[in-house]
Every structure is written in C-alpha cells, then in structure tokens.
Design a protein around this ligand. Structure first.
Ligand SMILES: [Zn+2]
Ligand SMILES: [Zn+2]
Length: 284
C-alpha cells in the first residue's frame, strides 16, 4: 500500500476524462480524527458520509422509464466537435466539447423524474476505514473506487481520508519518536530511583541511576509509535528534571539547612558531556 505522500493526491486527475462515454465520479475528502493511542495500535473506524449513488429509478442512465439516452446527433456520440480554422501558418483543427450534449455524447429526450437526467442521487454510506498504525496529521489514505458514482454509469471516484491526530498533552511527537518529561526529587536524583513514566499503553517504569543531573535524557526503546507501513517502532525519550520545592515545612527546612551546611558546592567547571546533554535536552 503506497498511498501516502502529497504527490499521490493529484495523480488521478492527470489522465483527464474520456471525451465520450461515462465519466468517473468525483473524489470525496473525509477528515478522520484520531487519538495518539489509536495511532499507536492502528484502528478500524467507520465514517458516515453522503455520496452520489446511481439513481434507483433509472439505474443511472438518466433517461425516464421506457426511454433510452440517444446518441447525440451534433457530435455523432463522440462528445467533441472539431472546427477547422485558418491561420497564417495554414489550416489547423481545434477540438472542443460538443455544445449540444456537453461532451457526453448522448442526449436524453425525457429525463428521469427522480434524478432529472443526472443519473445519480444522494445516499448515506457507512465507510469502514482500516487505519494503519503510525499515521500522523497531514497524511492521508486513498480508498479507491468507493467515492461518488460517476455520471451515467461511470465508475466511482475515490474517498481520500485525511488523518487528524489529536494532541496528547503528555507527549511531544517527532515522527515515530515520543518525548515526555518527569519530575524527580533531589534525593531521588542523588540516590537513583525507579520512577513512573507515562506510556501510550499505560504507565512505564524507568530506572534513574544515582547521580542523575536535571535535564538528563533517557530512552525507552520501542516505546514510541510504530513506523507507518514499515517495520520497527520509535522510542520514548524521557527528560528527567529535578523538582525544586517552592515551599518547605519545618522538618524540610531543618533538613535542607543541615544539608546546606555539609554539602560540597557544585563544581565551577562543567564536565565535557554537559553541553552534549544540553543540546540533546533542547532537541538540537
Ligand atoms: Zn434517474
Ligand atoms: Zn454531442
């Protein structure tokens, strides 16, 4: 299935329509709203949509019961008229849609009373959509041949499903990778701890080692989103930030005062890895 990418959206229009005979129905665009959890697993959804169907009364011919569309006499059913024109360089022939039959090649003497000769009527459809895992806002999928019925028996057009993935406040998304942040206390950063991290399919546990610096990044491999139409899964990147309390009770204040009196001050010089970690934390 290679139905993703912008170029494909207009590919169907390039061929033009045949000048004679039935015309294909128009494509229909549908917005499909998804949650990040639905994107993670892939999901089967259905949308209700009004589409043009072949008219039930005339079977799509546009001609009233007991009559048939007749071949257009102006263009002899070809749908186009040719005009010879003279110019300085000689005679040339221009081709234009037949004005009598609007390029359709047929004339309907007594149009169907239900569709007024159009051959189509609106009907409500429920379209099942099998959403592959890993899609993103701005991507779309073609459902071929299930859109509007064509004029007078022409093939159905396509339905173009535009994906719209809702923001999830717990995560930032970059393709198949997810980013999140957790807060830890100063003692947790010093001694190491198992902390709870939000995951797409429930909470995850992350072991933060002793001596963790605020802003340090950790990766939970394979806890991101699946790659769309490919194998493999992205990672969940966790930025750990040390939470500084803004209000202290009596015991806390006493403990902090005691800590301050014995704690070695931070080094004046950063270690070599600091700027790399900083860049990583900033997503540079
Ligand atoms: Zn009809
Ligand atoms: Zn004609």
């Amino acid at each position: 299935m290679r139905d993703f990418g912008l170029g494909d959206l207009f590919a169907g229009a390039a061929g033009g329509r045949p000048s004679n005979g039935p015309r294909a129905g128009a494509d229909v665009k549908v917005d499909l709203h998804l949650t990040l959890a639905e994107v993670a697993s892939g999901v089967n959804k259905s949308v209700k949509i009004k589409l043009l169907d072949p008219c039930g009364r005339c079977g799509g011919s546009g001609a009233d019961a007991g009559t048939r569309p007749k071949r257009c006499t102006t263009c002899a059913g070809t749908g186009e008229v040719r005009r010879a024109q003279r110019s300085f360089f000689g005679q040339f022939v221009s081709v234009a849609p037949c004005p009598t039959c609007s390029g359709e090649g047929v004339m309907i003497a007594s149009p169907c009373k239900s569709c007024r000769g159009e051959g189509r009527e609106r009907g409500e459809h429920t379209i099942p959509i099998d959403v592959p895992a890993g899609v993103a806002t701005g991507q779309y999928m073609h459902l071929r041949g299930v859109g509007n019925a064509g004029v007078r028996g022409g093939p159905r057009g396509d339905i173009i499903v535009m994906f719209d993935v809702a923001e999830d406040e717990r995560f930032e998304r970059d393709g198949e990778d997810l980013y999140t942040e957790v807060l830890i206390s100063f003692p947790q950063a010093v001694r190491g701890a198992d902390v709870t991290v939000p995951g797409l399919a429930g909470e995850l546990s992350l072991r933060v080692p002793s001596g963790t610096q605020s802003g340090q990044m950790f990766q939970l491999r394979g806890r991101g989103l699946p790659r769309v139409n490919a194998s493999g899964t992205g990672d969940l990147h966790v930025r750990v930030r040390v939470w500084t309390p803004t209000e202290l009770n009596g015991d806390e204040k006493k403990a902090i005062d005691q800590l301050a009196s014995v704690l070695t001050p931070p080094p004046a010089k950063r270690d070599k890895g600091f700027w790399e970690r900083m860049k990583e934390a900033l997503g540079a």
